[in-house]
Design a protein around this ligand. Structure first.
Ligand code: ADP
Length: 163
């Protein structure tokens, strides 16, 4: 039987407990989960892609399943195809995510109808978490330890103190 490969793409700037919950669920669902870390310069990320790649690798270590962490800088469908993926995983939070995700899944379906977009929901307690808000809270000196793993909270603090 062919192995079912899933790609979970994102910016992960920084990786949150919401992302990790989706990763756990995805790794359970697929034979191999490929986490695609986008360079995404248009979003002007806080962390360089090499830092985000290292952060994700460190935090998924120990999660059961076959998990690869790969940087990508191409069209998502081209990346998914090159990885031999049967599906793309996205996390759905609130209604606010829906419109963008709906549109993206629809357009991706037209680019390659053999790769399904599958939506997963994080644990209810983790659903409000967003990288963007984590960064905002941290910039104002708030405590982000409820939203990200301890080492990521330290990474963010270190980054902000560097200025
Ligand atoms: P992108 O820049 O592609 O939106 P993100 O790193 O922000 O990348 O998110 C990657 C994926 O994880 C997206 O599908 C996003 O909806 C999902 N996600 C992020 N945070 C959560 C959360 N708290 N619960 C569920 N899904 C989430």
């Amino acid at each position: 039987m062919t192995k079912r490969i899933a790609v979970y793409p994102g910016t992960f700037d920084p990786l949150t407990l919401g992302h990790l919950d989706i990763i756990r669920r995805g790794a359970h669902l697929a034979d191999t989960l490929v986490i695609g870390v986008t360079t995404n310069p248009s979003k002007e990320p806080m962390f360089a892609v090499a830092e985000r790649l290292a952060m994700v690798k460190r935090e998924v270590d120990g999660i059961p399943g076959n998990i690869d962490v790969v940087e990508f800088d191409s069209l998502l469908m081209d990346f998914a195809e090159a990885q031999g993926a049967a599906m793309i995983l996205r996390g759905l939070r609130a209604v606010a995510d829906f419109e963008y995700e709906f549109q993206m899944a629809g357009m991706n379906q037209q680019l390659n109808d053999d790769i399904e977009t599958v939506f997963l929901m994080a644990d209810v307690s983790l659903q409000p978490i967003a990288s963007k808000l984590v960064k905002e809270i941290a910039r104002y000196g708030g405590n982000i330890e409820k939203f990200v793993p301890p080492a990521v909270a330290a990474d963010v603090k270190r980054h902000l103190s560097r200025g």
